[in-house]
Design a protein around this ligand. Structure first.
Ligand SMILES: [Zn+2]
Length: 76
């Protein structure tokens, strides 16, 4: 009985590790993670910074939809 329990425990641990490893797989960074920057906001324009590519954008009506990394001009 003890060996069976140990096998079950190890199996569960192994599965847990696999799930964590799969979760950490690098995803294709198509979508940006926009984060509000409170310090860079200008009046009604709120500064958003992308956590994935580091680009910046100013928006007054919510987060930007797409990534602005390929654009060289500031995303106004
Ligand atoms: Zn981005």
């Amino acid at each position: 009985m003890e060996t069976e329990q140990a096998v079950l425990l190890l199996g569960g641990l192994f599965a847990f590790i696999i799930i964590i490893l799969l979760g950490r797989r690098p995803r294709r960074a198509k979508r940006c993670r926009w984060r509000k920057s409170m310090t860079g906001s200008r009046g009604s324009l709120i500064k958003y910074t992308c956590a994935t590519c580091g680009s910046e954008a100013y928006r007054s009506n919510g987060k930007p939809d797409s990534c602005l990394a390929k654009l060289k001009t500031p995303g106004l």
